[in-house]
Design a binder for this molecule. Sequence first.
Ligand code: CMC
Length: 430
Amino acid sequence: MSSKTLKLTDPAVGKSVDLPVLEGTMGPPTVDIRKVPKELGHFTYDPGFAATAACKSSITYIDGDQGVLLYRGYPIEQLAERSSFIEVAYLLINGELPNGSQLGEFQNEITYHTMIHESMKSFIEGFNYDAHPMAMMVSGVGSLAAFYHDSLDMNNPEHRQLAAVRMIAKMPTIAAACYRRSIGWPYSYPKNSLNYTERLLHMMFSVPAEPYEVSPVAAKALDLLFILHADHEQNASTSTVRLVGSTGANPYASISAGIGALWGPAHGGANEAVLRMLNEIGDVSNVGKFIERAKDKNDPFRLMGFGHRVYKNYDPRAQIIRKACHDVLNELGISDPLLDLAMKLEQIALEDEYFVSRKLYPNVDFYSGIIYKALQIPTSMFTVMFAIARTAGWVSQWLEQHVSEDARIGRPRQIYTGVTERDYQSLDQR
Ligand code: CMC
């Protein structure tokens, strides 16, 4: 850390404070403003936390201007090409890539915990058949705390590790159960001879009446998407997980809150929204009309899958998914007019002054829905897929938070704009 400081002065009271400038191993210097309220009596205002670092983290690094994404220092492009989701989950949690026996052990641990309690079935059955799977996921994951209350001592590292493994292991099982509930199929148990994504596909699509062969192309494509979605620094859902975790709440409550945050269309819900948007546009001839709507400030319509708080360049994950989209469709022998439509939309947007001047590029969600669709995953399950993958990042960040020396309960301040103090009036005086 540097010994550099920045001076902040309030001339009205003739006071100054020297604020330390903190430096990570990469990324911009960050002014430590913790002394400001005490020394100057001011708070700082930063809606949306666009300029605020809320923690120190050594998990994921993003350079939004250059379009760089690193997990524990490894470029996303290399991990996408050479790694697997389970290996990436290990890397995120432990900080290093596993050797052969560590990987085997981690895989066994995950596999051992894939089952969910039988009574969760009746819990899921309590939902109406048309419940959105994300609604079921929020409550299903939160309910896990009720099954494991004997291992919820958050000061015990073994309990924390167990909770992290359980969460990664059970998320696909809960997700598949939610999906099957929505289509009226019997629940399917995890088949532990399969790998992580094969198992998920098997749990979603196999029927008792006949054998089901998992497509290796589909499992590999899903694994790639899971690697790309596994972590993304302090995004809205991860910050939610950390905020809830900062209160000492159990990990299932924290991750359940993260799933809720992910659901929004400005975040993980965008993949579902992209597909709905492409269907609504319908034909290349309508692209211009929708681009104009996206630019119209009086129209709430936004080009879904475009723009990012941090990336002011092409999202590196979108580059990889764009290519994977073509590969997967080719390998599965599918021709989807939505891909042509997406490419046309991207081309027009990238040439348009509105998008160019605001540095709005396709993000990770722009093409992922087209792959999910090719894998026959229903639109309502897209964000659930994102949640399964992001669980690796959420639990890593949650584990890191619990050993951080700076950890405190998250408690932002406000600028109060309401009425000043006044006296209560009895009913007959109002
Ligand atoms: N379509 C049209 N205009 C846009 C879009 C868009 N998709 N995104 C941003 N803008 C405009 C925005 O209106 C603003 O214009 P102006 O400066 O004239 O007021 C400018 O670009 C900056 O946007 P912002 O809203 O201040 O940016 P933000 O950092 O607060 O929001 C975002 C980032 C991702 C929420 C936003 O770009 C968006 O809503 N995109 C569409 C939803 C989406 O694809 N979300 C997925 C994000 S990536 C995956 C994930 O995080 O889960």
